[in-house]
Design a protein around this ligand. Structure first.
Ligand code: FMN
Length: 172
């Protein structure tokens, strides 16, 4: 077991939400690799309920930005990826939503491992239907999150976690 110098653990522990980006486009092969990493998340029955939209157009991005208090993040990000669930491919409310969460975390880790930064935006879900309409998608698709990504302006982000002894309920 490789507990030190483990690239997966290293990525998990050093990934931070990045909310400020350089004005530099993200190459298409990176965008595709991030989405592909998302699709390699596990899903119940391997039903892969995730669907993605790639938004780089400034006009569309600013319309979407208006729908969240995190407007400046979306405006600064060179690319945002709204992640949808395809309701027609669902089989279990809870399990399909869990799969989408795994997909998004894979995307965030892939972004980080490629030297870029991203943030999972959930506040915008209060206007999920409006985002869907701006993107001209039918209501069989429901917005689960918007992933904003780009090259980080800096890497000074700090975060913290509760200690394990508060989280492990018991050992039997
Ligand atoms: C479901 C979910 C919704 C989130 N929504 C937002 C959001 O709307 N805006 C934002 O700036 N960050 C959002 N975040 C990012 C969290 O604030 C962040 O992950 C948390 O503070 C831990 O920081 P870290 O990601 O740097 O470790 C969201 C994260 C999750 C998992």
């Amino acid at each position: 077991m490789m507990i030190d110098n483990n690239p997966v653990l290293e990525a998990i522990f050093t990934r931070r939400s990045v909310r400020d980006y350089l004005d530099k486009p993200v190459p298409r092969d990176i965008i595709d690799k991030v989405i592909e990493a998302g699709t390699w998340a596990p899903s119940g029955l391997n039903n892969q309920p995730w669907r993605f939209v790639i938004v780089e157009d400034k006009g569309v991005k600013s319309q979407i930005a208006e729908l969240t208090r995190y407007k400046p993040i979306i405006e600064k990000a060179p690319v945002i990826i709204p992640v949808f669930i395809d309701k027609q491919s669902m089989y279990s409310e809870v399990k399909d939503h869990q799969a989408i969460g795994a997909c998004i975390e894979n995307m965030l880790l892939a972004v980080h491992s490629l030297g870029l930064g991203a943030v999972w935006l959930g506040e915008i879900l209060k206007n999920a239907d409006q985002v869907r309409r701006i993107l001209e998608l039918p209501d069989s698709f429901e917005l689960m999150a918007v992933v904003a990504m780009g090259y980080p302006k800096h890497t000074k982000q700090k975060s913290s976690r509760k200690p394990l002894d508060e989280l492990i309920l018991k050992e039997v």
